[in-house]
Design a protein around this ligand. Structure first.
Ligand code: ZN
Length: 255
């Protein structure tokens, strides 16, 4: 099974298209949420994500932009983009966003794995440090390999007997698409973030995603990817929509 893992696309059509073009062959797709918010192509992105027919975990922006979540927790720029998105979205996409399941989402074909937006205990939790990760990785009733999003930081945490260590992909320098492989050690527990497709925040502007491979016999493997995309085009859409300029400038900075 080769599973393409996408997260935090945030209505960035150019970034999503670059990821799909850069992705190797895969059997299934899973989406960890925040399909919309921040960027300016919510209808086009919903269209493409829905056409993939894959499981999608709801993100906080999916809830906020479809009216399921109030905007009081959002900063000013995020709230402005959520309001704009709510107006811009076609009704059938709004209804689809409202219908998305809360994580953890599981898949019959992937017995040891589950998918969340924030964390297994709280869909809105940011897993940013090892103590949070240790707690989440040892919650009873959860799987050994948990894919999460929400932080927009590619990488994650591995845990062996309560000792948790963070990891980030180490890329070789290259102008085109880059990839970095990681073999999972049987018996260890993992929180794995494929990174954000549409608004990376790890000081790397390139669109991020991951591929998870398992064949039942060999240890499972995750390959992280970064794909350059047409940032200028995504920025001009943001400015043309009269969204805050900061949403455009941050794309080029990867923050
Ligand atoms: Zn997000």
């Amino acid at each position: 099974m080769r599973l393409l893992v996408l997260s935090d696309i945030h209505a960035n059509l150019e970034a999503l298209e670059a990821c799909l073009e850069a992705a190797p062959a895969y059997d299934r797709v899973v989406n960890l949420g925040d399909v919309v918010g921040y960027n300016a192509s919510p209808n086009e992105v919903c269209e493409r994500v829905r056409a993939m027919g894959c499981p999608v975990v709801r993100g906080n922006h999916d809830r906020a932009c479809s009216g399921l979540l109030g905007l009081s927790e959002f900063n000013l720029v995020a709230a402005m983009s959520a309001r704009w998105t709510q107006t811009a979205l076609e009704n059938h996409h709004l209804n689809w966003l409202r219908s998305l399941p809360q994580g953890p989402v599981r898949h019959d074909d992937l017995p040891g794995v589950e998918f969340v937006h924030g964390s297994p205990r709280d869909e809105d939790e940011y897993v940013l440090d090892t103590s949070t990760a240790t707690f989440d990785l040892h919650m009873p009733g959860h799987r050994d390999v948990i894919f999460f999003g929400h932080t927009h930081l590619q990488g994650g945490f591995a845990d062996q007997d309560g000792k948790t260590r963070p990891f980030t992909p180490g890329y070789q320098n290259s102008d085109g698409v880059v990839q970095a492989e990681m073999t999972l050690t049987p018996g260890e527990r993992y929180l794995i973030n494929p990174g954000s497709v549409g608004q990376p925040r790890d000081n790397d502007w390139r669109a991020a995603f991951a591929l998870y491979e398992t064949d039942g016999e060999k240890p499972a493997k995750v390959t992280f990817y970064r794909a350059p995309y047409d940032v200028q085009q995504a920025q001009s859409r943001i400015l043309a929509a009269d969204l805050p300029e900061r949403l455009a400038t941050r794309l080029a900075q990867g923050r």
